[in-house]
Design a binder for this molecule. Structure first.
Ligand SMILES: NC(=O)c1ccc[n+]([C@@H]2O[C@H](COP(=O)([O-])OP(=O)(O)OC[C@H]3O[C@@H](n4cnc5c(N)ncnc54)[C@H](O)[C@@H]3O)[C@@H](O)[C@H]2O)c1
Length: 326
């Protein structure tokens, strides 16, 4: 946190600022560095009512010229590049996913070298792991042989980040996020989206139809932890950031049945049915838990939320929102 006598010298660009992570990360960055020093950019038309409203630039990150114009107009010290097509949507249009996920990253890396951006954040995912990776406590160096185009793009992206670090000295930092759970923002087409949707059904008193089987355990994390992890990694002294592909990060692993049972303690009439779809195959290819000991060692990472505390906080906040609207 900046104190009154600390001068802020940061100018930050968040690309994909209207997404599930971007919305919350932009708010956290603005709280810390001041509204005017954090520019939100997204393909979406500006929403003047949103908390992420200003300063806002409508940007297609695939338009390298437009990105370059923005980077010449502002001398960014940090760029957070979050725009991507996620796992489930990516399987519906693999070519478009590859193009968005790869071309955009290369634009950001290339222009960041050209305009001497001090630090870059680009998220990877547990989707870099595949059917041949260890299912339990998948290690930092676990086999990355992904089974989805999204995972392939993240695995390739990690090597591009490492390449730019080694070749050009670009200070790129990355986290392999697990499935993220948030109440302020909605998920954007991933395989773990059910773990957010389930809360909205619970507070509305609706039957929840889960697209994964009841015992499908996946690594997950509460958004508060994910935002804090991102800021902590970006704060770490460069020499402590020993992994320049992407860090494994872990918090909670649970199945649809386990989260349902935890929610049911607060919403006793809540009902669930299981109707697995194509996302089941993606989920089955991923590890069930992640070993994040390297992140703990290098920059003292430690998750704060477990299943119980996350469910309580989600219900408090979503419940409050529903009451306010009614
Ligand atoms: N949410 C998760 O559970 C999760 C897990 C692992 C990794 N990640 C990664 O974190 C990043 C952010 O994920 P998210 O969940 O916030 O995604 P999201 O889909 O919610 O948001 C992505 C944002 O990017 C914007 N966007 C799409 N195409 C664009 C373009 N051409 N130019 C500019 N903006 C564009 C979208 O409008 C959207 O607001 C992604 O790289 C994703 O792969 C997310």
């Amino acid at each position: 946190m900046l104190t009154e006598n600390m001068e802020n010298t940061e100018k930050i660009l968040v690309i994909g600022a209207c997404g599930q992570i971007g919305g919350e990360l932009t708010l956290a960055l603005r709280k810390r560095f001041g509204n005017g020093n954090v520019i939100a950019a997204d393909l979406r038309a500006p929403d003047t009512t949103a908390e992420t409203a200003l300063p806002y630039v409508q940007l297609n990150v695939l338009d390298k010229l437009a990105l370059e114009e923005l980077m010449t107009a502002e001398s960014f010290t940090q760029v957070f590049h979050l725009a991507a097509m996620l796992s489930a949507n990516g399987e519906r249009d693999p070519q478009a996913a590859w193009k968005l996920n790869m071309d955009s990253l290369l634009h950001v890396l290339d222009l960041s070298v050209k305009y001497r951006v001090s630090k870059i954040f680009w998220p990877s995912s547990i989707a870099v792991f595949g059917p041949d990776s260890p299912k339990q406590r998948c290690p930092q160096q676990g086999v990355t042989a992904p089974g989805t185009v999204y995972g392939i793009s993240k695995a390739a992206g990690e090597y591009w980040c490492n390449y730019y670090f080694e070749k050009y000295g670009l200070d790129v930092r990355s986290i392999r996020y697990p499935g993220l759970i948030s109440y302020k923002t909605l998920p954007g087409g991933g395989t773990t989206d059910y773990a957010v949707d389930i809360f909205h059904s619970a507070v509305k008193g609706e039957l929840f139809q889960c697209f994964l089987k009841e015992n499908t355990v996946l690594p997950m994390m509460y958004m508060n932890d994910a935002v804090r992890a991102t800021l902590e990694l970006m704060d770490a002294p460069a020499e402590q950031v020993g992994i320049r592909t992407s860090y494994n990060l872990s918090a909670i692993s649970f199945s649809p049945k386990e989260i349902y049972e935890e929610i049911k303690k607060a919403c006793p009439d809540f009902k669930i049915t299981y109707q697995p779809d194509a996302r089941q195959q993606i989920a089955d290819s991923w590890p069930q838990s992640i070993d994040d000991s390297v992140a703990r060692l290098h920059w003292n990472w430690m998750a704060a939320y477990d299943l119980k505390s996350m469910v309580a906080d989600m219900l408090d906040n979503i419940g409050t929102k529903v009451v306010v609207k009614a």
